[in-house]
Design a binder for this molecule. Structure first.
Ligand code: HAM
Length: 427
């Protein structure tokens, strides 16, 4: 039996065929993200990987694709219905309400990073286990809050060196204006049902707004003259959207108003937005979010306005690599020891430990037999220097510090090796 990672999942490794699966690249992206969200005052929140199924049914909505067909749901041994989290906003709100965070001092701005699970048809940029950075701001209903969150999303991508992204925005209003809009869309599409794609025909009765997402050319053509959500907004939602556009322009954040942007989760209202990359092909949305003002109250908490977004880390990394963004050199040993024989091994272990205890990264080929093989290992570890210790070095009490990049060799008495390396590291 040959075991494989389950369909739609992948391993993140020190070395991988696809560069986007290399762990050092993930670490770098996560590090930049952590710094960026901290600069904006967002604090980390970690919630369980699984939750009660009902949380998603109620929070995300049972007409959404996520809840209706993509959840990993099972009964645990206590017969409770459990779901691997398919998204992070409902769990975040559950944690916010359960832990009474509204009563804690300070601004309520949070972020999370971690895996999510959706039973989707896997393809490039779409997996069954994937990772998101999620950002959520709770408590402020002003358009300034929308701008802060959108600006954070843009800064984040900018700091990672991603180019050619477009910010799409729209407003879908509140529940009552959406109900009216749904009716208008139904009336508009009714005479054309039979020419809609099979998927849109199903959506017509189940979740008509999602027809706006259809990529089928004929559907798109039909939708060109469809009613627009912004023509159904309440005066308050309309003002909010107008103000948001003004503020974005004032901040110099370019955006495109996309009347077909509705997002696939039921909790949104007013502002919705997405950041798309031209380089990603069909799955071109890197980041998606919006307001979800009713969700805390719906989940039994205080009635507070909220806005947030999530960026898919796989799509982010794939875009960065597609654009040849440069990544920093991964962590690597400063020195790599190649000891030949038992006495040399004992000496090298002693030096290795001293260096590591001083915070200087070092590594060793404990089973070294041949110099050549040892140097190859030093090179694949991306070490700065290699030190071969053999009989001659032990006898003369002098070693050669070999710079693996320049091939330069420096002779050093064994007794001053540690101090020389300390100096090289500015210690
Ligand atoms: P979402 O649009 O479902 O929103 O997902 C956000 C991002 O996660 C997508 O733009 C994409 O980059 C990534 N993503 C989603 N599904 C997959 C998948 N199967 N494979 C790879 N990447 C994927 C949410 O999840 C909301 N909770 C965002 C939010 C936060 N809204 C408000 N606050």
């Amino acid at each position: 039996m040959e075991y494989k990672a389950p369909k739609g999942t992948f391993d993140i490794l020190p070395q991988a065929d696809d560069a986007w699966r290399m762990s050092a690249k993930w670490q770098y992206v996560e590090e930049v993200i952590r710094k960026c969200v901290a600069d904006y005052g967002f604090k980390e929140i970690r919630t369980p990987i699984f939750e009660q199924t009902e949380l998603f049914v109620r929070g995300v909505g049972d007409s959404s694709d996520i809840v209706s067909k993509e959840m990993y749901t099972f009964l645990d041994k206590g017969e409770r219905s459990i779901t691997l989290r398919p998204e992070g906003t409902a769990p975040f709100v559950r944690a916010f309400v359960e832990n009474h965070l509204a009563q804690t001092p300070g601004l309520h701005q949070y972020f999370y990073m971690g895996p999510l699970f959706r039973y989707e048809r896997p393809q490039a940029g779409r997996y069954r286990q994937f990772h998101q950075l999620g950002v959520e701001a709770i408590g402020c209903g002003k358009p300034e809050q929308d701008v802060e969150v959108i600006d954070l999303a843009c800064t984040l991508h900018e700091r990672l060196g991603v180019k050619n992204l477009s910010v799409m925005i729209n407003s879908i209003g509140d529940e009552s204006s959406r109900a009216e809009y749904r009716k208008a869309l139904q009336e508009y599409l009714q005479p054309h049902i039979s020419s809609l794609s099979p998927e849109s025909q199903i959506r017509f009765s189940k979740n008509i707004l999602r027809i706006l997402d259809s990529k089928a050319p004929n559907d798109q053509k039909l939708l060109e003259n469809a009613p627009r959500t912004i023509d159904f907004l309440s005066p308050e939602a309309k003002d909010h959207f107008e103000e948001l556009k003004k503020l974005l322009s004032k901040m110099g954040i370019p955006y495109i108003v996309n009347h077909k942007l509705v997002r696939g989760l039921d909790y949104y209202n007013k502002t919705v937005f997405e950041i798309v990359s031209e380089e990603l092909g069909a799955q071109n949305t890197i980041c998606g979010g919006g307001r979800y003002d009713g969700l805390p109250a719906l989940l039994g908490g205080p009635d507070l306005p909220c806005i947030g977004f999530a960026t898919g880390l796989e799509r982010l990394l794939q875009t960065m690599l597609g654009q040849n963004v440069s990544f920093p050199r991964p962590s690597h040993p400063s020195v790599f020891f190649v000891p030949l024989g038992a006495e040399a091994l004992s000496m090298a272990m002693d030096l290795l430990c001293q260096l590591r205890h001083k915070g200087i990264a070092a590594d060793i080929d404990m089973g070294a037999k041949k110099v050549q093989r040892g140097l190859e290992l030093a090179t694949s570890a991306d070490a700065d220097y290699a030190i071969v210790i053999g009989d001659r070095e032990l006898e003369q009490k002098e070693i050669e510090l070999k710079n693996l990049a320049t091939r330069e060799v420096k002779k050093i008495p064994l007794s001053s090796l540690i101090s020389t390396l300390e100096e090289l590291h500015g210690l």
